[in-house]
Write a protein that binds this ligand. Structure first.
Ligand SMILES: [Zn+2]
Length: 205
C-alpha cells in the first residue's frame, strides 16, 4: 500500500482557494507539523477540518476513501488539506505567460474594466517597450483590443489611462494552470474546489 502515499492531495490556502497539489506523504507531514488540517467532506458540500490527532482517530470515513495502513494502525488518507499558516508551502515560480496574465487580471481589461473572452484580449505594456518598459508581471496588464489600440505607445499619463490595479506577480498559481497539472480522475471531493462555479463551501462547526 506504500504507493498510496504518492496519491495526489489538493492544497488549499487559508482562504480555501486551491493553490497546489502535493503527495499524501507531504500532506501528512504538514498535518503532523500543524501547518495544515485535513478537509473532510462528509455530506453534500459540508466540510469539516481535522488536525492530525482528530483525523487519525476518525473511524467513520466517507465511503470509497483511501485508507493507509501503518505497522500498527491505519488511517484515512487525506485528499484535501487546508493550510493553517501562510508561506509554509514552497511557492513555485508562476510562469509568466499570456494566459496567466489573463487569469491574474480575471479577464478584465484593466483600462475599461470590462470582462472579455481570450480572443478579445491583448497584453498591454503599461510603460511602453520603446520607453523602457519591461515585459514582466509588473508592467503587463490585460487589455481589450480597443483600449490597447487607444493607448498605443503612450505612457499612462500621456494617454490618461492607468490600470485599475497595480500589476504584480501573483503569489499563488492561477486556477487554470493548476487544473492543467491535476491528473484526470482526481478525487470526487476536489470537484467543488476545482470547478469555477462551484457552490459555496459550508464549514461545519
Ligand atoms: Zn478595455
Amino acid at each position: 500500500m506504500s504507493n498510496s502515499f504518492d496519491n495526489q492531495v489538493l492544497v488549499l490556502n487559508r482562504l480555501w482557494q486551491p493553490v497546489n497539489v502535493c503527495t499524501a506523504r507531504r500532506a501528512i507531514g504538514l498535518l503532523f507539523l500543524g501547518h495544515a488540517q485535513v478537509v473532510g467532506t462528509f455530506e453534500d458540500n459540508l466540510f469539516s477540518t481535522h488536525n492530525f490527532e482528530s483525523w487519525a482517530r476518525l473511524e467513520d470515513g466517507p465511503e470509497g476513501w483511501p485508507v493507509v495502513h501503518t505497522v500498527s494502525d491505519w488511517f484515512w488518507l487525506p485528499t484535501i488539506i487546508v493550510l493553517t499558516v501562510f508561506d509554509r508551502f514552497p511557492r513555485k515560480e508562476i510562469k509568466f505567460s499570456r494566459e496567466n496574465v489573463f487569469q491574474r487580471d480575471d479577464h478584465v481589461c484593466q483600462y475599461c474594466g470590462k470582462r472579455f473572452e481570450n480572443r478579445e484580449l491583448n497584453l498591454d505594456h503599461v510603460i511602453p517597450r520603446d520607453k523602457g518598459g519591461a515585459t514582466s508581471w509588473e508592467n503587463i496588464v490585460c487589455s481589450c483590443i480597443r483600449c490597447n489600440t487607444k493607448k498605443g505607445n503612450k505612457l499612462p499619463s500621456e494617454a490618461r489611462m492607468a490600470p485599475m490595479k497595480k500589476p504584480v506577480a501573483p503569489h499563488w498559481r492561477p486556477l487554470v494552470s493548476l487544473q492543467r497539472e491535476v491528473h484526470k480522475g482526481y478525487h470526487e471531493s476536489w470537484r467543488l474546489f476545482l470547478e469555477p462555479n462551484a457552490s459555496s463551501v459550508t464549514l461545519s462547526a
